[in-house]
Write a protein that binds this ligand. Structure first.
Ligand SMILES: Cc1ncc(COP(=O)(O)O)c(C=O)c1O
Length: 438
């Protein structure tokens, strides 16, 4: 019998293109035909599906947004207070100024702040401001920066341009063809690729936007070299901290890396699941927001500011990042040890509080599907990257590792017998964007 979530997902796909609003939450990305898909309740690191089953979330904790845990009482109290006092009005929310001050105190190099609601939107705003500042139209980028035209246009030149940048196979249909070659990708730690872009378009690159760190860390002074290129050519350097921000330290991860950008963008964890994103930057660059029309009704709404202030205060009080790193290390080291014990070939990577795990086999996707399927049965939502949360505990992690041990013991035999696929109850999980859109 199909679970309630799957039944609803099948209905949803008929009336909502793609089934939902976010690729990363699509059922087929996890466990086609079996994933619970919808939740009734989420609290701490636990999630209840439509059938009332309870799971521990080791699948990203709300796409990396809930580092304090789901339905955090302190954040919710601030939000409820904001609602009770009126979340919208003709006048501005004073919390907007308080949150600006807080973000600037955490990032002393920055002098001004703008806000929006989502990560992709904040990146688009930052790129617009940076283009206005530099007066140039071309952007060099490294990493994933959302769904907007400026970014997707990269694939107009070569449909593989965004391969290696997180989401392979993204098709730029509907993106104006004349944006071709306005967004030019370079890979992390490949400074020669950025140099080539600069050489190919002399005097035309006005913006360099990149994630300061995602999987691997910088090598051979990569960030310093990017900074030097930006200064040399007069481009605005933007660090996209939508995912990396607040995961290792209170603020942008760049604060731990010794290189400051001209602007930085935050989202995800800033409001612990409430919609809020921020763009911070140097005054001379940020002032350009005034010369380019950037304005929206719901960027003024109170809930996001209240949630972000409460989240930052709690992260600081609880030393959240230190605990998240500890939890991440317990998970990745523990799981690697179990894999090694059973002779299963794996790789791990990323930052501890947002760590990646992969199986080094040709049929890795089938193996992942088996792991997700078996962990679901044992009460865990699982993905190959785990964003840790303050809501985890050593006890929960030990339960996770114990369940993994049982699965890996069986998996070892299945790999040896070449029979992983025979144990799958449904299709193999889909990987890239291409499969998902078919
Ligand atoms: C680095 C980075 N930038 C931008 C985005 C887009 O953020 P959103 O999904 O909130 O639009 C993401 C989302 O995963 C991201 O990781």
């Amino acid at each position: 019998m199909k679970n309630e979530g799957i039944l609803l997902w099948e209905k949803a796909k008929k009336i909502i293109p793609g089934g939902n609003q976010l690729l990363s939450k699509r059922t087929e990305r996890f466990l086609p035909g079996l994933w619970p898909s919808y939740y009734k309740k989420a609290k701490g690191c636990e999630v209840w599906d439509l059938d009332g089953n309870k799971y521990y979330d080791f699948a990203g904790m709300g796409v990396g947004s809930c580092i304090l845990g789901y339905a955090d009482e302190d954040v919710d109290k601030a939000v409820i207070n904001a609602i009770n006092l009126g979340s919208m009005s003709t006048l501005n929310s004073y919390e907007e100024v308080e949150l600006s001050q807080k973000l600037l105190s955490l990032h002393p190099w920055a002098e001004m702040v703008r806000f929006s609601r989502t990560g992709g939107e904040a990146c688009a705003i930052a790129v617009r401001i940076a283009k206005a500042d530099s007066g140039r139209d071309r952007v060099a980028f490294c990493g994933y920066h959302g769904w907007h035209d400026w970014y997707l246009s990269s694939n107009l030149a070569d449909t593989n341009n965004l391969d290696g940048q997180l989401l392979p196979g993204l098709e730029p249909r509907g993106v104006p063809r004349f944006l071709k070659n306005t967004a030019l990708p370079f890979n992390y730690n490949k400074i020669e690729e950025l140099e080539k872009i600069v050489k190919d378009y002399p005097g035309e690159i006005g913006v360099i936007i990149m994630e300061p760190r995602r999987g691997q860390g910088p090598k051979d002074g990569f960030l310093e070299k990017v900074r030097a290129i930006a200064d040399r050519i007069g481009a605005v350097l933007i660090f996209d901290e939508v995912t990396s921000g607040f995961r290792i330290n209170l603020g942008g991860i760049h604060l731990t890396m010794g290189v400051n950008p001209d602007m930085a963008v935050f989202g995800k964890a800033l409001g612990n699941g409430y919609a809020i994103s921020a763009i911070i930057g140097k005054k001379n660059v940020m002032d350009n927001a005034q010369t380019s029309f950037i304005s929206s009704t719901f960027w003024t709404e109170r809930i996001g500011f209240a949630a972000a202030l409460a989240s930052l205060n709690k992260m600081e009080k609880e030393n959240a990042q230190k605990k998240m790193i500890e939890y991440g290390e317990l998970i990745s080291k523990g799981r690697e040890r179990i894999a090694n014990n059973y002779g299963i070939q794996v790789s791990t990577g990323g930052i501890p509080s947002f760590n990646y795990f992969s199986f080094n086999y040709k049929n890795a996707l089938a193996i992942q599907t088996y792991y997700i399927q078996e962990m679901l049965r044992k009460g865990f939502l699982l993905d190959m990257s785990i964003a840790t949360s303050l809501a985890y505990s050593e006890e929960t992690i030990n339960k996770f590792l114990a369940a993994t041990e049982v699965v890996f013991k069986e998996l070892k035999k299945l790999i040896e017998n070449n029979s992983v696929e025979s144990k799958l109850e449904n299709e193999i999980r889909h990987s890239g964007f291409k499969r998902l859109t078919e």
